[in-house]
Design a protein around this ligand. Structure first.
Ligand code: NI
Length: 170
């Protein structure tokens, strides 16, 4: 079932999500809903926080950008190592009609459970590393616009207040 995506500045986007204690059928149903919602909105990643479920679950399908990466879901993902630094353009389904360059680690290692509850470790670089960091941030109540420089952040707030008033993206 497709869910509604919470939009900035909804305070529920700021909640810190709780770890999942067991990967059961309820979690797998949430994962199916999240994929359906993400594909309907043409996103490449979605965190449970964005559909109002404060649990540590993300789904990603970066195949429109990176070849040979299958869609996958992660439960309780954790960045266990990060190195390098890279700037790249980001957007977010919770912040429609706005993109900006964000500095992130260039390479990350993420440990998580898959949808069967099996431990997985992912070594990622480039766009996938960026997408993983963006989605895991959501689980901690962080949006990509929080990572802009103070000057860019104030430009965002002014520009976005206008976008929101004009009704674009609502
Ligand atoms: Ni996002």
């Amino acid at each position: 079932m497709k869910r509604d995506i919470l939009k900035y500045p909804d305070p529920r986007l700021r909640r810190k999500a709780e770890p999942v204690s067991s990967v059961d059928e309820g979690v797998r149903e949430l994962i199916r809903d999240m994929f359906e919602t993400m594909y309907a909105e043409k996103g490449v990643g979605l965190a449970a926080t964005q559909v109002g479920e404060p649990v540590r679950v993300v789904v990603l399908d970066v195949s429109p950008v990176v070849e040979d990466v299958e869609p996958f879901a992660l439960v309780n993902p954790e960045i266990v190592s990060a190195e390098g630094s890279e700037e790249g353009e980001e957007g977010c389904l919770s912040v429609p009609d706005y993109t900006a360059p964000v500095k992130r680690a260039a390479r990350v290692t993420v440990r998580a459970l898959d949808e069967e509850g099996q431990e997985v470790e992912i070594n990622a670089e480039g766009f996938l590393a960026r997408a993983l960091q963006h989605e895991i941030d959501h689980l901690d109540g962080i949006l990509f616009v929080d990572r802009l420089s103070p000057v860019k952040k104030s430009i965002f707030r002014r520009k976005y207040a206008k976008i929101a008033r004009s009704g674009v993206g609502s």
